[in-house]
Design a protein around this ligand. Sequence first.
Ligand code: G4P
Length: 286
Amino acid sequence: MDVKDFKIQWFPGHMTKARRMMEDQLRLVDVVVELLDARIPASSVNPMLRQMAGNKPRVIALNKMDMADPVKTEAWLCRLKQEGVPVCSVDCHTGKGVKQMLNLVKEAAKPVLEKWQKKGVRNRDVRLMIVGVPNVGKSTLINRLAGRVKAIASDRPGVTKQKQWVTIAKGLELLDTPGVLWPKFEDPETGLHLALTGAVKDDIYDRRNAVVLLLQELLQKYPQQLASFYNITPAPEETAETVMEKIAAARGCIKAGGLLDLNKTEQMIQYEFKTAKMGRFTLDEP
Ligand code: G4P
């Protein structure tokens, strides 16, 4: 199968609403933290943010670093730093990297504070918001920064709620509602990577195709890890479809009558990849 044939049934209706909401939120803040998925730092970008945020200082945090290939995360950090973007990697589950992220926010806010000082404005707090595509970890980060356990933010574009500011450090206030960016699907590979990592719902793409393409990609990028996790030995040039059959056999996914249960197998592979049980992989190349 060719990745070019991977399709996502996406209706851009929500996009206009999400965009309007994002523009309203952006007007209220001084610094934007763009949360990307460390497994797919290119696919989880929405280029419209840059346009919408204009000259507002922006910090990038590569989240779910615990699930991504550490070597590639370093390479991504290097590349983004070279581009001049303040960037760090974080694990919002454990809080690793979050302090560094806040330091980057404070650094990015300095020109804003200087501008205020020149105007004689003192004692004004810097306001920031967290933005990103669905499932990237925005609510988890907000809850961590705000010291909350329970999720408070709705992830549906267009759902309004009372905005609240939470003081998270001296002189730093966080908008408690995340900015939800819509995923971009301009090219099929981006759509595939967003689907595989959980940024789009399962019912808008063909799971079998997604899993076959995932295996194809893993065979190319992480062949040893894939083989050892499933305890299989793929032959050279073996197709993803037959590798999937080997995985089904190795895991005992058999239907009544002795046939391989490929539905169950694809579901299992998808879950084990998405939750990093299979290992730490990065699909986007730096
Ligand atoms: P969102 O607001 O951007 O939509 O994302 P949200 O915080 O709801 O996080 C989506 C999923 O990603 C959650 O898992 C969350 O726990 C998980 N997550 C967030 N940050 C990290 C991280 O740094 N590392 C790992 N490994 N996972 C992270 P879930 O299964 O949907 O929910 P839950 O069972 O964890 O509550």
